[in-house]
Design a protein around this ligand. Structure first.
Ligand code: PEP
Ligand code: MG
Length: 523
């Protein structure tokens, strides 16, 4: 029996036999050159265009279907296919031209520091693989109920391989932000990513447990362990079903305390999902997705329509719009920000906005305007370390409530200074843990040290909660731990008033809260 630590991409438990697929399974030669190559390429693209349309219809739901529509856009991208044609005209074979362009575009995406951009590289690989496949014709045969393992799991794998009824997916590389992860979640298929070395360690037909909760793969588990996991999964499914049925009921503990369960969202689609999942509001609306529009993100109008929509969908429940959290793990190349030796400690979040006001003003103006129509809209500030940062924003926005994400030890330890300029606090434990332990939250080599149970994080949270209450300000938690079963009882017992979690966790978090009697919990 052997365990491998991975990253959780889609929850659930799967027990099954491993089936390894390799992108090299699709070994394409494509030696055609010149006009013949161009003709074949067009034919392949036409077939793929139709297949993508079918995939998009097959998936049905809007966001997931859009993934394949976005692949159609890639298929029409004049730059990518122009480059392929150029290379063919230079005398390269069809296979060489496609491989070279794929390498160039993929390395461009992978050079970006943001996980979400990096995962777009998978989309390019997927398109290239499928164009080749459409030109040659290739098919895999997979035993039903397998756990599919690959160096990478691409979005089309999830849809194409569905017919083999896989129990789960595991990739050695990849990210929980990838399109494949989104699709696996939407289809309710458990998935793990970043399972380093799994393709070398596991052999075809070996029995595996995929634990989407603990984010680990267990190879050749004992019969006893398999039985425990089967029971656990049956319970999990039952509980999830019950939670969804009661998602619109409030989360009130056994001893009568109402806890607001908000959603963390990062797109307009997720706002609708939050509402549908029974969220009591939006705890953080991550707005960085607007920066995907490039320069347009610097126009008030681009923000305004999105904020209005959020305000309207959730009205009268609160919507905390987070000002751009740019820098460190969320860089945006087009902004031409200075290179820093230590970006996580550099110009990030509110610091950057106060320095680069052309980024701040359109967002603030749009929030002010949207707030007039939807007074449920408020502002939340990322990466605050100094009270002056909050004071300055508060002076700019007047009556609009301003919240602070407690993400640095400095902020946690100086709440009394912050409190007079703000209206509420939310502890961003993802960053607070990184800055408290001095452990990079995205660092692969230090991921074992990034431990949310570390007492120093809890001491800082205790101080934060105590101080927030002393000044009569609402206090919540919006980092990932807010959705983790093992931490929820402790947070509630400590006096947290709201938890903000990803939309799909809202029903289960509410259900967990309803089962709690905080006076019994460990504090
Ligand atoms: C956090 O840091 O806990 C948080 C919620 O913000 P983000 O993960 O977007 O940095
Ligand atoms: Mg953060």
């Amino acid at each position: 029996m052997r365990r491998i630590k991975c990253l959780p991409a889609s929850p659930g438990i799967a027990i099954g036999k491993a089936f390894l697929i390799s992108l090299k399974d699709f070994s394409f030669s494509l030696k055609e050159k010149g006009e013949e190559a161009i003709f074949l390429l067009e034919k392949g693209k036409n077939i793929l265009r139709e297949n993508l349309q079918l995939d998009s219809e097959k998936v049905g739901k809007k966001e997931e279907g859009d993934i394949f529509l976005s692949h159609i856009l890639l298929l029409e991208d004049p730059e990518i296919w122009g480059k392929v044609k150029e290379k063919i005209e230079e005398g390269k074979s069809l296979g060489e031209a496609l491989n070279e362009v794929e390498d160039e575009v993929v390395s461009l995406f992978e050079s970006l520091n943001d996980e979400r951009f990096r995962s777009r590289a998978d989309d390019i690989k997927d398109i290239m693989r499928r164009v080749k496949e459409a030109m040659i014709g290739n098919e895999l045969f997979i035993p039903e109920g397998s756990i599919i393992i690959s160096e990478e799991i691409l979005p089309s794998h999830i849809v194409e391989l569905e017919k083999w009824k896989p129990k789960g997916f595991i990739s050695a590389a990849g990210s929980p932000f990838s399109h494949s992860a989104i699709l696996a979640r939407a289809k309710g298929i458990p998935m793990l990513t970043s399972c380093q070395g799994i393709t070398e360690i596991v052999g075809n037909d070996e029995t595996l447990i995929l634990d989407g909760e603990k984010a680990e793969a267990i190879i050749e588990p004992s019969n006893r362990l398999q039985k425990i996991y089967l029971e656990k999964e049956a319970l999990r499914r039952k509980e999830e079903k019950e939670a969804i049925a009661q998602r619109h009921l409030p989360a009130i503990t056994i001893d009568g305390k109402r806890i607001m369960v908000y959603a963390n969202v990062g797109s307009t689609k997720e706002i609708e999902e939050a509402k549908e999942m029974g969220a009591d509001g939006i705890g953080i609306f991550r707005t960085e997705f607007l920066l995907f529009q490039g320069e347009d993100a610097l126009r008030k109008e681009s923000h305004l329509k999105v904020y209005r929509m959020a305000g309207e969908i959730l009205y009268p429940q609160p919507v905390h719009i987070r000002l751009f959290d740019i820098g460190a793990d969320k860089p945006f190349q087009f902004l031409n920000l200075p290179d820093e030796l230590n970006p996580a400690l550099g110009l990030r979040g509110i610091r950057l906005l106060l320095k680069k006001r052309e980024l701040l003003y359109p967002q603030l103006e749009a929030i002010k305007e949207a707030h007039k129509e939807y007074p449920n809209i408020s502002i939340i500030l990322p990466m605050v370390s100094f009270p002056e940062e909050v004071k300055e924003i508060k002076e700019m926005v007047g009556e609009i409530p301003v919240g602070i994400m407690v993400e640095t030890p400095a902020c946690a330890l100086s709440l009394s200074k912050m409190a007079k300029f703000c209206d509420f606090f939310s502890i961003g434990t993802n960053d607070l843990l990184q800055y408290t332990l001095a452990v990079d939250r995205a660092g692969k080599d230090v991921s074992e040290l990034y431990n949310p149970a570390h007492p120093s994080l809890w001491r800082l949270m205790k101080i934060t909660i105590r101080e927030a209450k002393r000044y009569g300000k609402e206090i919540g938690v919006c980092g990932e731990i807010a959705g983790e079963r093992e931490f929820i009882p402790r947070l509630i017992k400590m006096g947290v008033e709201h938890l903000s979690v990803s939309p799909r966790f809202v029903p289960i978090v509410k259900k967990i809260i309803r089962s709690l009697n905080p006076s019994d919990a460990k504090g």
